[in-house]
Design a protein around this ligand. Structure first.
Ligand code: ATP
Ligand code: MG
Length: 764
């Protein structure tokens, strides 16, 4: 119409608006970083809801992280009012939506609806048992490797019967397929599934049960997918099943023809699962409704190829969804011209790309260039970054607007240590997480056995933790009994404890106690507040005591962590929903709600933005990562470059890239080479603060001395000049040089000098 557009559409550029308002039919938005793709998705959902095209329960929206889902929900609420959204039950990651589907139809996958989701550790332990049971040597055929193979197959949506013959033959003397099948069987008896199953089971359910699929076709009118470039084959199949159906006349009704059938927003919503018939159903002869899919993505940001993502999915969208409207966005709203210039220039070095133009209308002479810094080693790097952050803080910047994005999670350690030392709040997202710490995993295993009695893996983990005389021989007996009786281990243990099969009296009484404890806790599950019960479990099992008695330096921290775990459970309704959360959570949130610097991997930073971004560790071998180069060759390098592009484009205003001259790898010091990506950043957009003694207003924390603190400091001022590789001194070829003792000794010695010098500078 010609009326004023609603508020939520104002401020969109014409292409964005087209993407929002083309609600009917398939739409692909293929555009570079920061052009507003995610904003388009959010606004599109708001628009669909506000115009009464669908109810919140009829929209399926896939985001890349749980955090992104929460943010999207908030943003939609802000656009059209929370009361008009009332939650969106089907907004989440592929995995979280997969769990939800699978809980509803678990029996069709041979599971019960209270199935357990196994983590990698559980999976590996299980595979080890299976490999050993086959009489195979698990050193020769590592369970971890097999877990990766299985993951790869599941990413492609392949079950044991469909994996390629070559793959099946390549593992365990040709027993790959058999083992995979045994693994799936075992999961079923354990009432468990792995992450891949969260997608693969729904796919099989949809394929084998057309009625159920039809139900969902009726349900989901609008499907929206963010970061489409990183969908893997299984996710793609899953989406196609949900989005595609045989062509019908209804598909050809032009969008305009249906407008009159819409009712305004605010109408009483029907019960979940019942479409508001009159509201959105188009007039058509066969009563079928069109499913409208909208995907957004950027081929230049495809960074999960190593995990089975298929960038081709985005490039062939119009073949999968004929008649698709393809929309390009070219204006970047996020970054300064220097940041955008640096990033665009870098990504242009990739060959296999679609190619897009990006421009910004930001033109503020105050905008600084991208700053490239060098430090002696990662501790000095962390110290320098910490000082930059403290200065930014003094100038009034919020820590929440600052992020450190690392290539490898080991890099986090030096930042965490440093920030703890100087009392700088930070939160780690992704990487080794809170929930992966030993004491947390043990506690969770207890909770899992209580909430999910058949969880044998959890049982295995804690049956003798703390030590209670149920060592190897006892656990063997329990396993045997479980197998013989066809029962979960806890139940089998109960029967065993009452029989006279167990010769050792102490074993028997110990087992009786464990079984009785679990029975009591399980009985308390329904009528005791779950946080209280959790505390009781840890007390009565002797687990807390075990750490109280422990004399190691880590023990106090572990007790703190256990307390924190219980605190964190308060947010959840029940033990079960908490455990589900833990299984799904992709990001740990410490210091949530507080002002804190974010530390995360580049991979998990996709889609996010921060005023100030630090990118440490830009050295050959680390970034691009050696493994990516060794395994992926040219395409491995291109994926690394896309990752660099993702990193650079997270920054809105200030961008710092860092490289260090020495790194300790496998316990040995070695010189490093600056990343080739640094050379790909054009001079016009970068500045190396140390060379002109200016930090672009940030002030040089080293008084210009930081380069001089490294060996050959003078020569290393400009890492991009022709002389760049000459400057690295004994560091050249360092990565092939890992175990060379003389180099290590020299580096070690230099390090001591540098430390002394820095110390001198700081105290002087
Ligand atoms: P990425 O590829 O990194 O995921 P994206 O294309 O999804 O990026 P968004 O995150 O949606 O981009 O948008 C980037 C920034 O630009 C956000 O802060 C967003 O609010 C802002 N933005 C997008 N469109 C507009 C607009 N029309 N007017 C003003 N700001 C906008
Ligand atoms: Mg985005």
């Amino acid at each position: 119409g010609h009326n004023q557009p609603p508020d939520y559409l104002k401020g969109l550029n014409p292409e964005q608006r087209l993407a929002v308002e083309t609600t009917e039919g398939p739409v692909l938005v293929l555009a570079g970083a920061g052009t507003g793709k995610t904003r388009v998705l959010t606004t599109r959902i708001a628009h669909i809801l506000a115009t009464g095209r669908a109810y919140p329960s009829q929209i399926l929206a896939v985001t890349f992280t749980n955090k992104a889902a929460r943010e999207m929900k908030q943003r939609i609420g802000m656009l059209i009012g929370d009361e008009n959204v009332e939650g969106m039950p089907w907004l989440g990651t592929f995995h979280s939506i997969g769990v939800k589907l699978l809980r509803r139809h678990a029996e069709l996958a041979g599971l019960r609806s209270d199935f357990t989701i196994l983590d990698t550790d559980d999976v590996i332990r299980l595979l080890k048992q299976l490999i050993q049971a086959e009489g195979l040597d698990d050193k020769r055929w590592p369970p971890r490797q097999f877990a990766m193979m299985i993951d790869g197959w599941k990413n492609k949506g392949l079950g044991p019967d469909r994996i390629p013959e070559g793959d099946a033959r390549s593992f365990a003397n040709g027993k790959g397929r058999e083992l995979f099948r045994a693994y799936q069987e075992r999961l079923r008896t354990l009432n468990a599934c792995d992450f891949g199953d969260l997608l693969c089971h729904p796919i099989s359910i949809f394929r084998e049960n057309p009625d159920i699929l039809k139900e969902y076709h009726r349900k989901f009118r609008y499907i929206l997918v963010d970061e489409y470039q990183d969908t893997n084959t299984a996710q793609y199949l899953w989406l196609r099943l949900l989005a595609q159906r045989p062509m019908s006349k209804a598909d050809n009704v032009p969008a305009e023809g249906r407008k009159s059938d819409r009712t305004p927003a605010g109408q009483a919503a029907p019960a979940e699962g019942q479409p508001p018939e009159a509201a959105v159903r188009p007039v058509s002869e066969n009563n079928q409704q069109q499913i409208n899919i909208c995907c957004v993505g950027d081929d230049d940001q495809s960074i999960y190829g190593w995990r089975g993502a298929e960038v081709d999915n985005i490039l062939r969208f119009d073949k999968d969804f004929p008649g698709a409207t393809i929309i390009r966005l070219e204006r970047n709203y996020r970054s300064t011209a220097h940041i955008l210039g640096a990033a665009s220039h870098l990504i242009a070095h990739n060959e296999g790309r679609f190619g897009k133009t990006l421009f910004t209308e930001r033109n503020d002479p105050e905008d600084g260039k991208v700053l490239v810094h060098n430090s002696w080693d990662s501790d000095e790097e962390a110290r320098a970054v910490g000082e930059e952050i403290e200065q930014a803080q003094r100038r009034g910047h919020s820590l929440n607007d600052i992020a450190i994005l690392v290539r490898a999670s080991f890099q986090m350690r030096s930042f965490e240590d440093r920030f703890i030392e100087i009392g700088l709040n930070y939160r780690v997202i992704g990487g080794p997480r809170f929930y992966e710490r030993q004491e947390i995993r043990d506690a969770l295993a207890y909770f899992r056995v209580v909430a999910q009695g058949a969880d044998d893996l959890a049982f295995d983990r804690i049956v003798n933790v703390p030590k209670r005389g149920l060592g190897d021989s006892a656990t063997r007996e329990i396993s045997e009994a479980a197998r013989r009786l066809g029962k979960p281990k806890l139940e089998a243990a109960g029967i065993l404890a009452e029989s006279d099969e167990l010769r050792s009296k102490t074993t028997r009484s110990s087992l009786r106690e464990v079984v009785a404890n679990f029975a009591r806790w399980q009985a308390a599950l329904e009528n005791t507040p779950h946080t209280e019960l959790a505390e009781t479990i840890l007390e009565e099992s002797g687990y807390t005591d075990m750490w109280k008695k422990d004399r190691s330096a880590e023990a106090p921290g572990r007790l703190e962590n256990l307390k924190e775990l219980i605190r964190s459970m308060e947010e959840y309704e029940s033990m079960r929903s908490f455990l589900e959360h833990v299984a799904l959570v992709m990001e740990a949130e410490q210091n949530a709600g507080q002002d804190a610097v974010t530390i995360m991997t580049l991979h998990s930073a996709k889609g996010l933005e921060f005023d100030t971004v630090f990118l440490p560790g830009w050295e050959e071998g680390l970034f691009p990562h050696q493994r990516a180069l060794d395994e992926g060759g040219r395409s491995g390098l291109e994926e690394e470059r896309r990752l660099a592009y993702v990193g650079l484009t997270r920054a809105k205003k200030h961008l710092h890239v860092w490289f260090v001259s020495n790194r300790r790898i496998h316990g040995l010091w070695q010189g490093t080479l600056p990343s080739r990506f640094l050379e790909e950043l054009p001079d016009a957009h970068i500045e190396t603060p140390e060379s002109n003694n200016s930090y672009g207003g940030y002030g040089n924390p080293y008084g210009g001395g930081s380069f001089a603190s490294g060996r050959g400091g003078q020569g290393r001022r400009n890492p991009y000049g022709a002389s760049r590789f000459d400057n690295v001194g004994e560091g050249s070829g360092a990565f092939s040089n890992t175990y060379s003792t003389p180099g290590w000794a020299r580096a070690q010695q230099n390090r001591t000098e540098a430390t002394d010098r820095n110390w001198g500078t700081r105290s002087g």
